[in-house]
Ligand binder design. Structure first.
Ligand code: ADP
Ligand code: MG
Length: 236
């Protein structure tokens, strides 16, 4: 497998008045193409900070983030926005859907920037929503859907552009246990089918067995990295 993401000595300090909070102390990590990584740790261990660094949503205080030869830490806002557009899909705990738009509009919005004509965008979005089991909810607004359905819409939105990397921050954090299993099966199944690299943040040890490797975070450091045995080469 070939390397896709490299983190070298990432440090992130937040300043709050006179106080310095070390969110990430000194994190180095290498992630392969098509790998499924789980960032596991208790609340406050630095999981979201690390994910946001890799996705170019925040700058490290120190260190390098290299994705396919691009130095993320050196990019300006415009370059970052374009990079995310081309390479990255997101799934958030709180769905982050646009409340005034229908499921179909939320999913097709991401395709607007590609210059695809509206009718075609809607067809692609419709197929995507059908594939996440929401073919009968196309015109529903977020408030007219359950949490699990809203997360399915946000999954359809993340995958619709077929990005190389999917980042998900506690994607099942607001869902009951049955819906959690459905949503996890959906995300992991789609990433596998499309041969995408998947990085999921969670504090829930029940989620981590799905992954190839578990990166255990503690107080802003990698405590250990464990491999899931059933996930050998060629299994994904
Ligand atoms: P996790 O996602 O593992 O719960 P975070 O990465 O969100 O943890 O946070 C790691 C640490 O950094 C926590 O102590 C948190 O309070 C702090 N932190 C996160 N974001 C900020 C911020 N924007 N300003 C100040 N401190 C922050
Ligand atoms: Mg978090």
């Amino acid at each position: 497998m070939s390397n896709l993401i490299t983190l070298n000595n990432i440090r992130k300090i937040y300043k709050m008045g006179n106080e310095k909070i070390v969110a990430l102390n000194d994190v180095s990590l290498s992630i392969d193409r098509k790998e499924f990584i789980c960032l596991l740790g208790t609340s406050g261990s630095g999981k979201s900070t690390l994910l946001n660094m890799m996705a170019g949503l925040e700058k490290p205080t120190r260190g390098e983030i290299i994705i396919e030869n691009h130095h993320i830490e050196k990019m300006n806002e415009k370059q970052l926005a374009q990079f995310r557009q081309l390479h990255i899909g997101f799934v958030f705990q709180s769905y982050n859907l646009i409340s005034t738009l229908s499921a179909l509009e939320n999913v097709s919005l991401g395709l607007t920037f590609r210059g695809i004509p509206r009718k075609k965008r809607e067809n692609i979005a419709k197929k995507m929503l059908e594939s996440v089991g929401l073919g009968n909810r196309l015109n529903h607004k977020p408030s007219e859907m359950s949490g699990g359905q809203q997360q399915r819409v946000s999954i359809a939105r993340a995958f619709v552009e077929n990005p190389e990397i999917i980042f998900a921050d506690e994607p099942t954090g607001n869902l009951d246990s049955k819906t959690t299993v459905e949503v996890m099966n959906l995300i992991t199944g789609m990433a596998k089918k499309n041969e995408q690299t998947l990085i999921i943040v969670t504090h829930d040890p029940e989620i981590s067995p799905y992954s190839d490797r578990i990166v255990h975070l503690r107080d802003g450091n990698i405590e250990k990295i464990s491999k899931n045995k059933h996930k050998g080469e060629g299994n994904r």
